[in-house]
Design a protein around this ligand. Structure first.
Ligand code: ATP
Length: 236
């Protein structure tokens, strides 16, 4: 990824059939790491799907001032990658094969260059290059999923609950990787349930409830806000 991508979402609506989940959502994702928090069913996954072109949307979405296309293929070409909930790797394929699939739009030479970069960025995966993805631990698989998304050289990386089901140490390691990706110049939008840890690494955050935003701001301020403390951190 090059440049510092900026996503603007204006009056976004999306849902499933006649069931509207997101109602007129307006938010922006600036360079750095932005986290979206909220209870189950709030619409966080729906937001990422709508941005990624997996479900239809209404409203405006601009990436660096240019309309974001509405099909997943074009969204990837525009420089947006998604690490989906549950990782969705190909379990019977090796780590290398999974990674290469992330660069399906690139030339063979460019794919090889990005694979080398991925192994440089994720040294643990180089050791496991030939291992079948399905035989790896949850944390290792999540790392493959993040590395695969980075293989498309995105300007904007979106992650859906990357820490789900991981041991605390793996959560820390993974969030550190996400932070490094943001620092290296890829704008990151991350949905997380791990409120405390997510706010500790993020620059900014949004809190979503029932399809609308109920709070937003710098991560440090959000962590101290009453909305977050009362609803998520168990403090009054
Ligand atoms: P979670 O943390 O549980 O994934 P979320 O905030 O990501 O929650 P969504 O998955 O976006 O929430 O779901 C928002 C609403 O949309 C929920 O009421 C859910 O039941 C509904 N929904 C999600 N996927 C579908 C679908 N494929 N068809 C119909 N309704 C759906």
């Amino acid at each position: 990824g090059s440049g510092r991508a900026h996503l603007q979402v204006e009056g976004l609506s999306a849902g499933y059939g006649a069931f509207l989940v997101l109602r007129e959502l307006t938010l922006e994702v600036r360079p750095g790491l932005t986290v979206v928090l909220g209870p189950n069913g709030a619409g966080k996954t729906t937001l990422l799907k709508a941005l990624n072109g997996l479900i239809r949307r209404g409203g405006g979405v601009l990436l660096d001032g240019v309309d974001l296309p509405e099909t997943t293929h074009q969204v990837v070409q525009a420089g947006v990658a998604l690490v989906p909930e549950g990782r969705q790797l190909f379990p019977q394929m090796s780590v290398t094969e999974n990674l290469e699939l992330g660069a399906w739009l690139a030339s063979r030479a460019e794919r090889a260059r990005r694979l080398e970069q991925a192994f440089a960025d994720f040294p643990k995966l180089r050791e496991r290059a030939q291992q079948l993805a399905g035989t790896m631990s949850g944390g290792e698989q999540q790392m493959v999923a993040v590395a695969r998304a980075m293989m498309s050289a995105p300007r904007l990386l979106m992650l859906d609950e990357p820490s789900l089901g991981l041991a605390p140490r793996m959560v820390d390691e993974l969030l550190a990787i996400v932070r490094r990706i943001a620092d290296a110049g890829t704008t990151v939008l991350m949905v997380e349930q791990n409120v405390k840890k997510a706010l500790a690494v993020a620059d900014r955050g949004y809190v979503m409830e029932r399809g609308t935003l109920v709070a937003s701001g710098p991560a440090k301020l959000l962590a101290r806000s009453s909305v977050i403390r009362e609803a998520y951190l168990g403090a009054g």
